[in-house]
Structure formats: C-alpha cells, structure tokens
Design a binder for this molecule. Structure first.
Ligand code: DGL
Length: 263
C-alpha cells in the first residue's frame, strides 16, 4: 500500500464534511475520497444491523478505490460498525464518538449535555464511554430527530432549525448544563444558529479536529503519511448527485463534482 494512496471517508450524508474539512486542514497532502450515503440518511433512527450493512458496502467500495485508511466520519456508524470493519480490514480504521472526556474536563457546573442521534445514545459504545470518562459529572442525553435533515437540505439557519434547536437545548440549560457536546457530525454546521440562541458562556465541543489528529497518528504509525501533494478530493453520493452538489458551496465552501454511487 503506497503512502500516496487516498484516505476513504464516509458518513450517512453531508455531516462528515465537517470532519473532512478538519482532515484537509491538518493533512493537506492527503488525497481524500468521500461517500455520502444520502440515499439512506438518517442513520440515527435505523437498526445497528442496517447501519453495519451500509458501512460494509461503502467500506468495500472505498477499499476497491485503493483507500489506505478508512474514517467513519459518523458517530452513529462508529457505534454500530467500527468493530465489524476493524475485523475485516488490516488498514487503519478511525472512528469517532461524542466528546465526553473533553466536556467532563471543561464543565464548571458539573452538568454536561449530549446532543446526538438515538442510535448513538442507545449504543453499548456510548454507555462504555460514559463509564470511562464521565466520572462525577452528570451527563444528560438529548436525541435530536430532524436536525440531520435540516443540514442535508443546507438549512443551517432559519425558523425551523431554530425551533428544533431551542426544543432540544432548553431542557439541557434548565438542568444546569454549561457544556454541550455536538455528538453528531451534522451538528457543527448548526454552530452559528446554536450560538445565536444559547446564553453566553455555554461551551460547545465536537470531535472533528480530534479525529483528524487520530488519523494523523494512525498514518504516522503505519508509515502511510502522504509524502507528496494530494489529488483533489473526490465525492460520491448514494442519492441524486444534484442534491449534494447544490449544498456543497454552503457546507464545503466550493462547488464540487459529485458522482452517483450504487452500493
Ligand atoms: N452524522 C451522523 C453522526 O455523526 C449520523 C446522522 C444520521 O444519519 O442520523 O451520528
């Protein structure tokens, strides 16, 4: 496997672009392949078995394209499928989970809120994460149906997004949370709208930058860091390419060609 081979990244849809941006900033020499499984979004309300199957198909496609490493840019897919993919591939497989550890260190009130999908919050991996890192901090979980769909449409602000965000954050604020974990890769795109409605002094934490650092560590360890400048990123979607292409300027900052993928 050559070190100039690409890194394969995927999510249920466009959320993983928030992680792809962090990878691109930290590792500008890496060539990136991105699959948005938008034909099957949202993952958050689907069974773990369904998500494992989707993840297997997408990972197989990325490996066929020559990926030297895989990144699950999705908390829900990590909870359901990272162990399965690690058992199938010997290349580095990087997953992600809600930032409980940094949030537990950051809180001053001792109460932390987690915004994430139902699938993530109900997973055994999330329970293990709390056992390991929550310590004496009180962690309140909040599933957020509807937010992923807003981001998929490129609707990052406006009355509908605002109404959902208020409904999901009000109970957390009332319970005394001063730190909110954005435990789904779609939610960092709603940061501006969130900051507009939250009282000042609330800390928002997400894991995109940590995933990029973890990828760098895994590639370094395997002697797979790209040595020469990268190829431009390539994008695929399992939905109609136009729908992703239309939101790329908002979510990725520029127009990109998106190819259809049937897996
Ligand atoms: N972006 C995903 C995550 O990080 C999943 C969103 C969804 O499809 O429900 O959890």
């Amino acid at each position: 496997m050559g070190s100039n081979a690409p890194v394969g990244v995927f999510d249920s849809g466009v959320g993983g672009l928030s992680v792809l941006g962090e990878i691109n900033r930290l590792l500008p020499h890496e060539s990136l392949l991105y699959v948005a499984d938008s034909g099957h979004v949202p993952y958050g309300e689907k069974s773990a078995e369904y998500i494992r199957e989707r993840s297997r198909n997408i990972a197989a496609f990325l490996v066929e394209q020559g990926a030297k490493a895989l990144v699950l840019a999705c908390n829900t897919a990590t909870a359901a499928a990272v162990a399965d993919l690690r058992s199938r591939y010997s290349i580095p497989v990087v997953g992600m989970e809600p930032a409980v550890k940094p949030a537990a260190l950051a809180t001053r009130t001792g109460v932390v809120g987690v915004l994430a999908t139902t699938g993530t919050l109900q997973s055994a991996r999330f329970a293990a994460l709390l056992d390991r890192f929550a310590g004496s901090v009180r962690v309140i979980t909040q599933p957020c149906p509807g937010l992923v769909e807003c981001v998929e449409r490129g609707e990052l602000q406006g009355p509908h997004a605002e109404q959902l965000l208020r409904a999901y954050t009000d109970p957390l604020l009332e319970a005394g949370c001063d730190t909110l974990i954005l435990g789904c890769t779609h939610y960092p795109f709603l940061r501006a709208q969130l900051l507009a409605i939250l009282p000042s002094g609330i800390t928002l934490v997400d894991t995109g930058a940590a995933v990029a650092r973890q990828l760098r560590a895994r590639l370094t360890e395997a002697d797979l860091l790209a040595a020469s400048p990268s190829e431009p990123p390539q994008f695929w979607t399992t939905a109609v390419p136009a729908s992703l292409q239309d939101v790329m300027p908002v979510l990725w900052g520029r127009n990109e060609t998106v190819r259809p993928l049937s897996v």
